[in-house]
Design a protein around this ligand. Structure first.
Ligand code: CP
Ligand code: NVA
Length: 314
């Protein structure tokens, strides 16, 4: 017999969650963030919405922001968390994901997984009996984009109809940005080298869903008139650092002259960690247009609402 919560939802990709639900999660994040003003960081929110609930976090890759923001999210919601490294679990010695999912479902109320492969997160969700949250895979990073949309709206107002640009590698964060463009109705142009374009499947999905998403092969066309410019590391975790890749990406560096092509009031976002001097210069990331520290903080606020939705509290 199962031990599932009476009502739960997985958070695997933005394209799988209805638009109205994503908006509800984001609005909850804003409300709860505002309500906490003046409280100390470890203080529990009024009503302790996740009292008695425990989140297990499994990391197959490194993390700073995701790990700390999820742990503080559970603390502020009145619940608790367990942090696990995949390599020190039996998972690292060949226990199957399915068996791991069944066992973990008997102990904890939700599982967050940062995985090498997207298939691992999907299998965990399929075989377990508790909500599963994708905390980055080789395919996508949906929690990051919820924080990013929250940040865009704090600085630019409603994101609907805004002109957003991505420059650099068409990677996992770019995939979630494409899904966010469709789900939150903004215009997105991605500038990527020919051989580092975003995955065809997500571009096809965006087209079929009527999204305003296009790809170009140079940085200037991507950022022209944009209200916000995004980039990310050129070498993602698990990727090979090759000279050819770095060379192809060189023209896509976000520097002062590229930012000057965006809208006068454009903001700069980066999920971090940054590789200063590669995808972004110090002058941009430390400059007045950068909102990267707000963006990092918003991981906490966005994920609190995601957790509450996954566990059926909102
Ligand atoms: N942006 C992000 O996910 O950061 P970490 O890898 O530090 O968790
Ligand atoms: N694209 C990066 C994001 C890190 C948060 C990576 O996958 O390493």
């Amino acid at each position: 017999m199962g031990v599932a919560a009476s009502h739960y939802q997985h958070f695997l990709d933005l394209k799988d969650v209805p638009k109205e639900t994503l908006r509800h999660i984001l609005d909850t994040a804003k409300l709860w963030k505002n309500r906490r003003e003046g409280m100390s960081k470890g203080a529990v929110d009024e009503g302790a919405p996740l009292s008695g609930k425990t989140l297990a976090m499994v990391f197959e890759k490194s993390s700073t922001r995701t790990r700390i923001s999820f742990e503080m999210a559970m603390q502020q919601l009145g619940g608790s968390s367990i942090i696990l490294q995949g390599s020190s679990m039996q998972l690292g010695r060949g226990e199957t994901i399915a068996d791991t999912a069944r066992v973990m479902s008997r102990y904890v109320d939700a599982i967050m997984l940062r995985a090498n492969t997207h298939a691992a997160v999907e299998e965990l969700a399929e075989e377990g009996e508790v909500p599963v949250i994708n905390a980055l895979t080789d395919r996508s990073h949906p929690c990051q984009l919820m924080a990013d949309v929250l940040t865009l709206e704090e600085h630019l107002g409603p994101v609907q109809g805004k002109k957003i640009a991505w420059v650099g590698d068409g990677n996992n964060v770019a995939t979630s940005l494409i899904e966010a463009a469709v789900q939150f109705d903004f215009s997105l142009t991605l500038g990527c080298p020919d051989n580092l374009m975003p995955e065809t499947d997500v571009l096809n999905w965006a087209k079929a869903a009527g999204g305003d998403v296009r790809v170009v092969d140079n940085a200037s066309d991507a950022v022209g008139g944009a209200n916000a410019v995004f980039t990310d590391t050129w070498i993602s975790m698990g990727d090979d650092r090759t000279g050819a890749k770095l060379k192809a990406l060189e023209p896509f560096q976000v520097n002062d002259s590229l930012m000057a092509k965006a809208h006068n009031d454009a903001i700069f976002l980066h999920c971090l960690p940054a590789h200063r001097g590669e995808e972004v210069t110090n002058s941009v990331i430390d400059g007045p247009q950068s909102v990267v520290w707000d963006e990092a903080e918003n991981r906490l606020h966005a994920q609190k609402a995601i957790l509450a939705w996954c566990l059926g509290v909102i």
